[in-house]
Each structure stands twice: as C-alpha cells, then as structure tokens.
Write a protein that binds this ligand. Structure first.
Ligand code: GMT
Length: 376
C-alpha cells in the first residue's frame, strides 16, 4: 500500500507513534510518505520505502497567521498525484484531518478518491474542553474521516461525550517496539555519572506542559529522597521547566535533580531508571509510561484518562488520584525500598508492556486501512 502519514513532527507521543508506525509499515513493505513541516524527530533512518515531504509555508507579511492548513492540503494533493498514494493517515483532527478533508475534496474534483484514516491522540479533545470555539471544526473533521481511531477507550468515551459523533471510533492502543536493542555497554558508565550504586533513579519525561503537573513530580521525589538515597532525572522541555528549577531550589534538592532537556536517547536514559513518574492531570494514553515499562521501569501515575489501560495498579506500578502526592510518594517508596520488590515490579512492567508490542498492534491498522480502501 502507498500511505501518506501526517503528524506533528516534534517531541510528542503522537509524533513518535506516527513515526514508529510509518517505519514499521515500511519494514513490512508498504511505501510510506511522511508529509509534515519538518522531519519527525525519530525519523533518523531513511529506507527506500520511507519518503519525507516537507510542507513549506511561505511567509507573507499580509497574513497575521501563516496558513499552514492550506499549504498542507495543497502538498497532500500534489504528493497523492505524484506518488499515486492510496490512503491518508492523519494524526489529530485539527488541523490534520481538517486539511486532509480539503485535499480529498480537491482530489475528487480531479477524479481521484482517496480514503482518510484519522487517529485521535487526546489534545484535540482537551483543547476543545478549554476552547469550545474549535468544536465545530473537530466534530466536522472526525465525522468526515473515513475511519477514526482512538488511542484508548477512555479517549473514545470522552470524544463521544463531548462531540456529536456519527462515525464509529475504533480503539487501537499505542504500541512499543520491544526488540529494540539498547547499547547496554554504555549503561553502567552513564548511570555512575548520574547516581551512586546505592541510589535509586527516578525519571520523568514530558513536554513540561501544565497538564503534566511537574510540581507533583518534584514533590514526590522530595518525599522519596527524604527516606532513601535517590536522584531525579527530568527529561524534556516546555513552559513549566523554569518553575520546576525554582521549586527544586526552594526545596533544597537541586543537586539531586538533573535536567536533561529534550533527548533522543530516551531508551538509554530509561535503561538506568528505577521508577518512572507520570502524575498528569489528563493523559489519553501515556506513551512515556509505556516506553518506561518496555525498558522494565515501573510507573507511578495518576488514574486519569487512558493511564489505567496502560499502567496496571499493583502490577506494573501504582495509580493514584490526580494531586495525591502523599499516596504517590508512599507507593514509590513501597516499590523502591527493597531490591526484591523492585525487581518484581520491573519484571511486571516489562511483561505488561509486551501486550503493546508493535507486532500485535500494526495488523489492526492494516486491517482498517483495507476497510477504508474498500469504501471507494
Ligand atoms: O502529552 C502531550 O502533551 C503530547 C501529546 C502529543 O500530541 O504527542 O500526547 C498525546 O498523545 C500521546 C500519543 O497518543 C498520548 O500518549 C498522550 O497521552 C497524549 N497526551 C494527552 O492526552 C495530554
């Protein structure tokens, strides 16, 4: 199949999911075309089945906002015609499904019918919760897609509750590539630069938006390190980072916290972590938690959104109500305080992650692609 993938190419779960999906489809022999404004961060290796087409938005001073959707829909039309692409898979209703629908209409005028699969990742829904003026565009984009998928049951339920949806929504969970090899030879030496052998390493990875509740990450760590020797690795960048640094300084733990910024070495970082913290306000899935579990790292998270579908309470880690720093700290200590318990949780985390192996999830997308193509 010739498939175009449209996504946000930045350090975010949806971009990672779209990129890994495209790469795995390419490995299976499909021809995959990424169409976006910059090369997705994890699209380092190009293979002959993988193409990347950049969407350029010419700057024009008359426009207060440069029209990305227009540029994207034109690019989609051009690439579909040039490469005879058979299916569009867009990640996020706005603006991608919105632009994809316009491309479909333009192509139809030229006698080309192309199906569009839209995957919902959550932020569309959160955004509409905060800014209802996007609601008509999101509803329209979802209803005009040929197939709609959602990364969790929780996100599907939220979407059906908040919008007037006439389309079926298929739940396809996010996935992880389990066969990936991490260069373990680097692990002990890197770890020793971060923490002593007797110290536990706690980790949080995100885009440091408010929804991630970074202060809760720090407060949990603050309590943990009062009981056991520990270090905290904070990976990623975003609007809440500076406040996080100030809070660490205020609590007197700055010397125990390492701010890494954005990194492409997530697996390496996770390979010397003992516990992952994800106390988010809302999370449609929590890909970062799954990435941690796949590296054998148990997770302390909230029970919001799709997190209970990924992190199993008392097995791969623990779930708590949003903001319950007290319980999250107690649970973290429960996991970290002795080696036997920690090893058991690490093994459980990896075992749970295996349910989300890309090998099991990819056929679900391929089946829906066939169904979408069958529509025309
Ligand atoms: O979490 C973010 O802020 C980034 C956002 C994105 O667009 O990558 O993540 C969303 O999609 C991920 C992939 O499906 C999910 O794992 C995240 O839970 C979801 N974020 C939210 O729902 C807040």
């Amino acid at each position: 199949m010739k498939i175009a993938i449209v996504c946000y190419p930045t350090f975010g779960g949806s971009g990672v999911v779209a990129t890994e999906l495209g790469l795995e489809l390419a490995r299976k022999g499909h021809e995959v075309h990424f169409i976006t404004y910059s090369q997705p961060v994890r699209l380092a290796v190009l293979d002959p089945n993988v193409h990347y087409h950049q969407v350029n938005v010419p700057e024009y001073p008359l426009f207060h906002y440069q029209p990305y959707e227009l540029a994207l829909s034109s690019k989609l039309v051009d690439m579909v015609k040039l490469y005879k692409i058979e299916l569009l898979h867009v990640h996020y209703a706005i603006p991608h499904a919105y632009a994809g629908y316009m491309a479909k209409q333009m192509l139809r005028d030229e006698g080309i019918d192309i199906p569009m699969v839209t995957t919902l990742h959550g932020t569309d829904i959160t955004l509409v919760g905060n800014h209802p003026f996007y609601k008509p565009a999101v509803t329209f984009s979802i209803n005009k897609s040929d197939i709609v998928t959602s990364v969790s049951q929780s996100l599907k339920d939220d979407t059906l509750r908040m919008f007037n949806i006439t389309n079926e929504i298929y739940v396809i969970p996010n996935f992880i590539e389990l066969d990936k090899q991490v260069d373990k030879s680097k692990t002990p030496c890197y770890r020793s630069r971060i923490a002593n052998d007797h110290e536990r390493v706690l980790t949080h990875i995100s885009n440091f938006r408010k929804v991630k509740r970074i202060p809760d990450v720090i407060k949990v760590f603050h309590r943990v390190q009062q009981q056991i020797p520990a270090k905290l690795m904070l990976v990623g960048d975003g609007p809440e980072k500076e406040k996080a640094e100030l809070l660490c300084a205020e609590l007197g733990i700055l010397d125990k916290v390492i701010f890494f910024g954005n990194s492409n070495e997530i697996d390496q970082i996770l390979s010397y972590s003992d516990l992952f913290l994800l106390p988010s306000e809302s999370e449609s899935f929590g890909l970062a938690a799954l990435e941690a579990m796949a590296m054998g790292v148990p997770v302390i998270s909230t029970n919001s959104g799709g997190l209970p579908e990924v992190n199993f309470d008392g097995i791969s880690g623990y779930l708590s109500n949003v903001g319950d720093v007290e319980q999250m700290s107690a649970n973290a200590l429960k996991i970290l305080s002795d080696d036997v318990t920690l090893q058991q949780f690490k093994a459980n985390a990896l075992e749970t992650a295996k349910k989300f192996d890309i090998k099991n999830i990819l056929p679900m997308y391929e089946e829906l692609y066939q169904k979408a193509i069958g529509v025309y």
